[in-house]
Design a protein around this ligand. Sequence first.
Ligand code: ATP
Ligand code: MG
Length: 579
Amino acid sequence: MSDTPEPTRDFIRDIVASDLEAGHTEQVVTRFPPEPNGYLHIGHAKSICLNFGIATEFKGRCHLRFDDTNPVKEEQEFIDSIQHDVHWLGFDWGEHLNYASDYFEQLYEWAEHLIRTGKAYIDDTAPDAMRAQRGTLTEPGQNSPDRYRSIEENLDLFRRMRAGEFPNGARVLRAKIDMTSGNMNLRDPVLYRILHATHPRTGDKWCIYPTYDFAHGQSDAIEHVTHSICTLEFEDHRPLYDWLIENLPVPSRPRQYEFARLNISYTVLSKRILTRLVSEKHVSGWDDPRMPTLAGIRRRGVPAAAIREFVRRIGVARAYSTVDVAQLDAAIREVLNPSAPRRMAVLRPLKLIIENYPAGQTETLQAINHPDDPSAGTRPITFGREIYIEQDDFMEDPPKKFFRLAPGREVRLRYGFFVTCNEIVRGPSGEIVALRCTYDPATKGGNAPDGRKVQATLHWVAAADAVAAEVRLYEQLFNRPDPGADGDVMADLNPSSMEVLRNCLLEPALASAPEGEAVQFERLGYFCRDRDCTPTRPVFIRTVGLRDTAKAQIEGNAQLRANADVLKRSARKAETRPG
Ligand code: ATP
Ligand code: MG
C-alpha cells in the first residue's frame, strides 16, 4: 500500500525471510482465519495486517478462510461484515476466499483414515465422565473404555454418526494419542462431534462437525499455507497440529507460529463479551462508535490508514503486553492531522451581540481549509452582528491563567476581527445569556494596524447561517484499564461513555460533509457526520480529541497514576504467565 510506511521487522517476518532464503519455502502462503461468529475488532486487525502484510512484502498470497465449523454461532451477517472489513482495511484475498466447510468431505475422509490406521476411535463416554478421565495439569488422564474398540466398529459407528442416527452429544470421534501426555491437548482430543444444526453454507448436509483442532491444520494443508500464524493461546495446540499433519496424507506441511494477541487498556477484545455488549444492548450495535470493532471504529471516522499505522507501531512479539489506548488515539490524530479539513463548530453556544455592527448586514470572510496545505484553498464564511462562541471561552471572573474572553477584554475571532466584551446580558435567574461586545473594523483579517496584541483566538459561528446540530462525545466504554479484572466485566462499564449535546451550531459547510469522513472542528477535535442524521438535523460524532487529555492531566491525577500502575502490573503478570 503506497500510503503505508515500511513495516518494521519482527520475528515472524525474520522466519519467513530465512525460509525463503534457505529454499524451505518457494512462495509464502498465509491465511487470516476468522470464525464468523461476530464482527472483527482491532485485535483481528493486527492479525490481518500481519498475514496480508507478509504476503504482500514477500510476494506471496494470503487467503481469507472462514473457520465455519460451529454452525450454532455462525451467521451470514458476520461472513459479509468480515469481508467488508478486510477490504476496508486495504487488503485483498483475490480468488482465495475459502471456507473450512468447503473441506468437510475431505476432512471426513481423513477422519476415516485415522480410524483405519488405528489412530482414532469413537467414544460414548458422557461429557462429565470424559472430563474427569482427562486428568489435570498435575495428574495423568485415564484411558476411556472405548479406546479399545475395533477398527470395524469405529468405522461403522462413525458412518452412522454421519448418517444422523444419534442425538447431539451421544458420542464423539477422538484421536488416540496419549492420555498421560503432559500436554492436555494430546490426551485423545475430540475431532468430531454430533451437532444437528443447519449450517449457513452446507445447510443440513452434515450433522457431525470437525473441531477447530481437526479442521484448522488440515485446511491449512489443503490450501498449501506455508506459515500458519496465530495467537499464543494456540501454542499448546501446536503438538496436536503437527501430530495430525504427520499422521494424515495431507498435500502439504504447514508450520504454525504464534504471536501475542493485542490487548488495549480500557478495551475489551473478546468476541464473547462484545457479543454480550450487543445482545444485552449496552451499545447500539456492533458498529456503535464506542465498540472496538472495525465497524465501530470506521463509523467514528477513523481512516483505515490510522489502524494500519497503529498496528505497525505496536509491532509483533511473543511477550504479552497491554497497549495504552492513548497510542491508538495518537495514531488516529497523526493520520488525520495532515488530511482532515478544518471547520468551525460551537458545541455549547454563547451569543455575542456586536453592537457597533449594523443590524441586518453581513459580510464574507475567507477561512482556510488547512493551515499546512495551501492547495486545500479557502472557503467563505459569514460574519454579522450576532455570532456564537463557546461558553467555555468566556469567564466573568477569570483566574490569572485564563486568557480568553472576559469583561473588558479584547480577543481575536478566528479569520475575523478583534472583539471586546463590554457587558453581560443575564436571564431571569441571573444566568448569562449573551455578551454585548464591540468589534474593531480595522482588524479584518485578524491583525490590528496599530500592532496591538490579544492573547487568544476563538472559534465561532455566525447566527445568520449557522446550522443546528447534535454532537455526540464518546469516552471509553469501560472505566478501568483492565475491564473485568475483578469480576463481571459489565460492572466496569463507564456510565458516561456517551454525552449528547443537542444545541450545537455548525458553519453551513459542515451540513454536507461526507458521512464518516473526519473533519477537524477547530480547537475541539476531529468529528464526522454520522448516518443518524435527519434531513434537517445533522448529527456529528467525535472521532478523537485534539490532545491526549489523559496524558495532560496525568501529573495532577492520582487516579490515572493508579491506573497506569494497574496496567504495568497486569502486563508484568501476563508476561510471567506460563505459555
Ligand atoms: P474467539 O474469542 O471467538 O475465539 P477470536 O477473537 O480468537 O475469537 P477468531 O475469529 O478465531 O476470533 O480470530 C481470527 C484470527 O484473529 C485468529 O487467528 C486469532 O488468533 C486472531 N485474533 C483474534 N483476536 C486477536 C487479538 N486480540 N490480537 C491479535 N490477533 C487476534
Ligand atoms: Mg478464536
